[in-house]
Design a binder for this molecule. Structure first.
Ligand SMILES: NC(=O)C1=CN([C@@H]2O[C@H](COP(=O)(O)OP(=O)(O)OC[C@H]3O[C@@H](n4cnc5c(N)ncnc54)[C@H](OP(=O)(O)O)[C@@H]3O)[C@@H](O)[C@H]2O)C=CC1
Ligand SMILES: O=C1O[C@H](COP(=O)(O)O)[C@@H](O)[C@H](O)[C@H]1O
Length: 518
C-alpha cells in the first residue's frame, strides 16, 4: 500500500497586501510574478487588494502596466491568461509615499479602509518591505503612528534580507521592529527556505528508512554544501562591496541549509518545533576562538580577471560601484563542526562564490565506507556512497553506490540513480517567493527565520568578520570562471577528502540511471 501525505493547501485569507518598494527590482522580478501565480492557482482569496508603494509617481494604470510587463517577462504567462489578468489587475492600486512622512501613512490608512469595503476584507494587513534595511524601522513606526495597525484583523510584517550587518545592528533593528510587532507577526525572508529541494530535505531525512538510521557520525563521513554562481555582482556592487559573501550568503542561506541537514527530528511538524531544532544546531556550531582558527578553517577569495567559455570577465575590483582596492570577499569557504552527539567529528564543508564555473546549489552527503574492502578489488579503495541533493537550478536527488560489473571478475561499477525532479515536473515547480508569500498570507511561519536563529547566525559569523579585520593577508584571488582559491581544496585534503563534482558532472565510468517514467 502506498501513502500520500497531502499538505493543507487552503487559499490564503483575504487581506490587503502593501508592497513597499513596488517600483524596485525585487518587486518586478519576483513579487508580482509570485502573486500572479498564486492567483492563477486559486491560492489567493478573491477578497484581496495590493497597494504598490514607493516615492515615484504612478497612476493606477501605469502601475498595472508595470505589473503586467513583469508578469509577461518573469512568469508563466500565456495568451489565454488575458481574462485572468484583467480580473487580477482590478485588485491593484498604487500610492506615492515617502517612508519618512507619517502623513502619507495616514492617507494610506484611509485608502485601506476603502479597500476593505470594496473587496470585503476583514482588516487583515500584510506589509511586505522590499526596501533597503535602514527603512525597516521607520516604516514600522509610521505604520503604527499612521493608524494602520488598528484595523481589527491580523497584521504581518514580511522583511527582506539583509537583517542587519552584524549582531549589534541586527539587535538594534530587531529592537525597533519589536516595539511595533510581536515576534510571531514578523516574517523574515530567507528565500532558500522557499526552495522546493530545501523543503524536501526533511522528507528525504525523515520519511526514508534508507537514510534516517544512517544520519549521524557513525555513518556519515562529511557533508559538502556548495552554492556556486556564475554571475558577478552585476549592478549591486554598492551593496555587495559592504556585504561580501560572508554576510550575503553564509549568514543566511548557507547556515539555513546546514541547520536543516543537521537538526534533530522535530517532535511535530509545527513552526516552533522545527525552528527550535534549527536553532539548537546553530548553538552547537563550534565557534572559532581566534584569528588563527579562522585562518586554518575559513577561506576568503576575490575574483580577478578571467573567462567563462569564450567570454572574458573583468575582475571584481573593476566592477561598477566597487572600491578599486576592495578586500571584500566574493568567495567564502569553510570547514565547520556541529558539536553535538549526532555530528561530533563530521566536518561540514561549505563554499559559495560569484564568478564560479557553474550556477548550482548542491548538498552532498558522503557516507563512510564499509569497514574492510575484503571482497571487491581487495586492498583498493572503493568509492563511498553519496546522497546528492540538487537544490538549484536543477532540482532532484541522486544516490551513488557500487554494483558488480557484469562479467567473471569481481569488479565494481559505480552507479548513480537519480530522481530528476526538474526533468519530470520542471517548470511547474513553484518559485520560492510564491511559496513564501503564500505561507505569510496564511500565517505559516516555518519557512521564515526566527530572531534567535538570526542572532545566533550573526554571532557565529561575527567571529569570522572580526578575525578578517585583523589582517587581510589571507584574501586569495581566483580567476573569474574558476572554482575559487585552491587552499579550500587543501582543507578537505587535510582530512582525506575532496569536493565531489557538482552539477551532474562526474567521472566517466559512472552509469547513470535517471527516473523518467511519468
Ligand atoms: N533584488 C533582489 O534580487 C533581492 C533583493 N533583496 C532585498 O530586497 C530589498 C529591495 O531590493 P531591490 O528591489 O533590489 O531594491 P531597489 O533599489 O530596486 O528598490 C528599492 C525600492 O525602495 C523604494 N524606496 C526607496 N526609498 C524610499 C523611500 N524613502 N520611501 C518610499 N520608497 C522608497 C524605491 O522606490 P522609489 O525610488 O520610487 O521611492 C524602490 O521601489 C533590499 O533589502 C534587498 O537587499 C533580497 C534578495 C534579492
Ligand atoms: O540572496 C541572494 O541570493 C542570490 C542567489 O540566489 P539563487 O536563488 O539565485 O541561488 C545571490 O545572487 C545574491 O547575491 C544574494 O543576495
Amino acid at each position: 500500500m502506498t501513502t500520500t501525505v497531502k499538505l493543507e493547501q487552503q487559499a490564503a485569507e483575504g487581506a490587503v497586501f502593501y508592497l513597499f518598494g513596488a517600483t524596485g527590482d525585487l518587486a518586478k522580478r519576483k513579487l508580482f510574478p509570485a502573486l500572479f501565480s498564486l492567483y492563477k492557482e486559486g491560492k489567493l482569496a478573491e477578497n484581496f487588494a495590493v497597494v504598490g508603494l514607493a516615492r515615484r509617481p504612478r497612476t493606477d494604470d501605469q502601475f498595472r502596466t508595470d505589473v503586467y510587463e513583469s508578469i509577461v517577462e518573469f512568469c508563466r504567462y500565456k495568451a489565454d491568461d488575458a481574462a485572468l489578468w484583467n480580473k487580477f489587475a482590478e485588485h491593484f492600486t498604487y500610492m506615492s509615499l515617502d517612508i519618512n512622512n507619517v502623513d502619507g501613512f495616514r492617507e494610506l490608512n484611509k485608502r485601506s479602509l476603502e479597500l476593505d469595503q470594496k473587496f470585503n476584507i476583514p482588516g487583515n494587513r500584510l506589509f511586505y518591505l522590499a526596501l533597503a534595511p535602514e527603512l525597516f524601522g521607520p516604516v514600522s513606526f509610521n505604520l503604527r503612528d499612521g493608524g494602520l495597525l488598528e484595523s481589527g484583523g491580523w497584521k504581518r510584517l514580511v522583511i527582506e534580507k539583509p537583517f542587519g550587518y552584524d549582531l549589534e545592528t541586527a539587535r538594534k533593528l530587531n529592537g525597533q521592529l519589536s516595539q511595533v510587532f510581536k515576534e510571531e507577526e514578523i516574517y523574515r525572508i530567507d528565500h532558500y527556505l522557499g526552495k522546493e529541494m530545501v523543503q524536501n530535505i526533511e522528507a528525504i531525512r525523515f520519511a526514508n528508512a534508507f537514510f534516517e538510521p544512517l544520519w549521524n557520525n557513525k555513518h556519515i563521513a562529511n557533508v559538502q554544501i556548495s552554492l556556486a554562481e556564475t554571475v558577478g555582482v552585476e549592478d549591486r556592487g554598492g551593496y555587495y562591496d559592504k556585504s561580501g559573501a560572508l554576510r550575503d550568503m553564509m549568514q543566511n542561506h548557507m547556515l539555513q541549509m546546514l541547520t536543516i541537514i543537521a537538526m534533530e527530528p522535530p517532535s511535530r511538524l509545527q513552526p516552533e518545533d522545527i525552528r527550535d531544532e534549527k536553532v539548537k544546531v546553530l548553538r552547537s556550531l563550534r565557534p572559532f576562538k581566534n584569528g588563527e582558527e579562522v585562518r586554518a578553517n575559513v577561506v576568503r577569495g576575490q575574483y580577478s580577471e578571467g573567462s567563462l567559455g569564450t567570454k572574458s570577465l573583468t575582475g571584481y575590483r573593476q566592477e561598477d560601484s566597487v572600491n578599486p582596492e576592495s578586500v571584500t570577499e566574493t568567495y567564502f569557504g569553510a570547514r565547520v563542526h556541529v558539536d553535538n552527539f549526532r555530528w561530533a567529528g563530521v566536518p561540514f564543508y561549505i563554499r559559495t562564490g560569484k564568478r564560479l564555473p557553474v550556477k548550482t546549489t548542491e548538498i552532498v552527503i558522503e557516507f563512510k565506507n564499509v569497514p574492510e574492502n575484503v571482497l571487491f578489488r581487495a586492498g583498493e579503495e572503493v568509492n563511498p556512497n553519496l546522497l546528492v541533493i540538487r537544490v538549484n537550478p536543477m532540482e532532484g536527488i541522486y544516490i551513488k553506490f557500487n554494483a558488480k560489473r557484469p562479467g567473471t571478475d569481481n569488479d565494481l561499477q559505480p552507479v548513480a540513480m537519480e530522481f530528476c525532479q526538474s526533468c519530470q515536473i520542471g517548470i511547474n515547480t513553484p518559485e520560492a517567493y510564491e511559496r513564501l508569500i503564500f505561507d505569510a498570507a496564511r500565517g505559516e511561519s516555518t519557512r521564515f527565520t526566527r530572531w534567535d536563529e538570526v542572532s545566533q547566525a550573526w554571532a557565529f559569523v561575527d567571529e569570522i568578520a572580526k578575525a578578517w579585520k585583523e589582517t587581510d593577508s589571507d584574501l586569495a584571488f581566483y580567476p573569474a570562471g574558476s572554482w575559487g582559491p585552491e587552499v579550500m581544496d587543501q582543507i578537505l585534503a587535510q582530512d582525506g577528502f575532496n569536493w565531489w563534482p557538482v552539477n551532474g558532472q562526474d567521472e566517466d565510468n559512472v552509469i547513470w540511471i535517471s527516473g523518467s517514467r511519468k
